[in-house]
Design a protein around this ligand. Structure first.
Ligand code: SF4
Ligand code: SF4
Length: 404
């Protein structure tokens, strides 16, 4: 696609990066056919090719409106289109830049500014955990949309393993997951402990920055990235720590991007690249230890029969971390029967704050995903963080019980 940056953007680094991405697009439209929002809305501007065109027009100096912004807002940033694209168009990076620019040009209505500000500040605040606990008690007095997002009283099921091992990894101390689904990191720590790897959460780390990054606060996001790098750096330099593991794949993608995002910061660029290189999805770290895990499970006479599992791989894991099919293969090698899921490449509608900001689209995508995952009956379980979006919204404890 041809693009000529407007005179005021010719020397802007991000605008030039965006223009390079736009130029790689050859208009083929393969991505459009696999885009969840295009499938639902049928409007070219709600698919990747149309959004690329809207961003190109903006960068060329054409006027943009709230309607343009709405088409970018409706994008899930699932990056399914990146997996489909034969030309290697980095759509995720492009839409991030496009959103940052349009935010400066279009003033959102008061309601939108308020909702986005509340999410940006609330989800990343240290008060989020206490607020969730209070909200869970007062659930019946809250609006449905808010009440549906609150957990159903999940508490850590056991203590964190206290064993010390020579092999160590860092686990991200994120913002939302520890309060809403504390047993996910806990289960990871116990699996690692069984494999003689110590999982350490550095309390001074926190939100990865993705919430602010996707809600048009790039400076705030970079500050959170710097805070995490500062928290992890002494451990990574001490020699025993092999990786930074991140269970929530949306956060993993963000940490993986630290090197790119801080490339212009001379004080942090090298550290950020070092951290990003070590950011892994747990399944990638566990893969070389699979034979040991098989031995441990094989030696446990009390081990229950492996269930049949329907696994939904989050978009950020499939298309962002490029781990497509790895969890399914891992589970299969542990004798878990992984059932096929229709349209497994499609987003469930959770997408960070998307399910709050675009509730109608998110609900349709969620309902489609639940139908695809659970159509095989009650012995099918879904295992992924997106489950919070579905389970809390439909109020089915059986979904949630399968999550940890
Ligand atoms: S990121 Fe997802 S929703 Fe956005 S354009 Fe690409 S496929 Fe569509
Ligand atoms: S598949 Fe890639 S090259 Fe084709 S229209 Fe989409 S982004 Fe452009």
């Amino acid at each position: 696609m041809e693009i000529e940056l407007s005179p005021d953007l010719k020397s802007d680094r991000k605008a030039n990066e965006a223009a390079d991405i736009v130029r790689r697009c050859v208009h083929c439209g393969f991505c459009t056919a696999t885009c969840p929002t295009y499938q639902l809305l049928g409007d070219e501007r709600d698919g990747p090719r149309g959004r690329i065109y809207l961003i190109k027009q903006m960068l060329e100096g054409e006027s943009v409106t709230l309607e343009t912004q709405q088409h970018l807002d409706r994008c899930l940033t699932c990056r399914n289109c990146e997996t489909t694209c034969p030309s290697g168009v980095e759509y995720g990076r492009l839409v991030d830049i496009g959103r940052e620019f349009i935010e400066k040009k279009v003033r959102r209505p008061m309601g939108q500014r308020l909702a986005r500000g509340l999410l940006r500040e609330g989800l990343t605040s240290p008060l989020f955990g206490p607020a969730v606990r209070l909200g869970s008690r007062l659930k019946s007095f809250l609006p449905d949309l808010l009440a549906s997002k609150l957990p159903m009283g999940e508490r850590p099921r056991r203590a964190w393993p206290s064993n010390s091992h020579a092999r160590k990894v860092i686990l991200l101390n994120g913002c939302v997951q520890p309060s809403l689904l504390p047993n996910i990191d806990l289960a990871t720590a116990w699996v690692l402990n069984a494999l003689e790897v110590q999982a350490v959460v550095v309390q001074t780390s926190g939100c990865c920055g993705a919430v602010r990054h996707h809600l048009a606060d790039p400076d705030g996001a970079l500050n959170q990235a710097r805070r995490n790098i500062d928290a992890w750096w002494p451990l990574l330099q001490s020699g025993g720590f092999e990786a930074v593991l991140v269970n929530a794949s949306g956060c993993a993608v963000m940490v993986k991007d630290y090197g790119h995002l801080l490339a212009d910061d001379p004080a942090y660029c090298e550290k950020a690249a070092y951290v990003a290189e070590r950011a892994l999805d747990p399944v990638v770290f566990l893969q070389p230890m699979l034979p040991r895990l098989q031995d441990i499970l094989g030696q446990n006479p009390a081990r229950p029969a492996a269930p049949n599992v329907s696994y939904h791989a989050p978009c950020t894991q499939q298309h962002g971390m490029k781990c497509r099919g790895e969890v399914e293969a891992f589970l299969t090698q542990l004798n878990v029967k992984v059932l096929p899921v229709a349209d497994s490449h499609l987003c469930c509608g959770s997408a960070g704050t998307y399910s709050v900001l675009q509730p109608a689209l998110a609900k349709t995508l969620r309902d489609n995903k639940i139908q695809a995952l659970f159509c095989r009956g009650p012995r099918s379980y879904s295992v992924c963080q997106c489950g919070l979006h579905w389970a809390s919204s439909v109020g089915q404890p059986s979904y949630r019980s399968a999550l940890a």
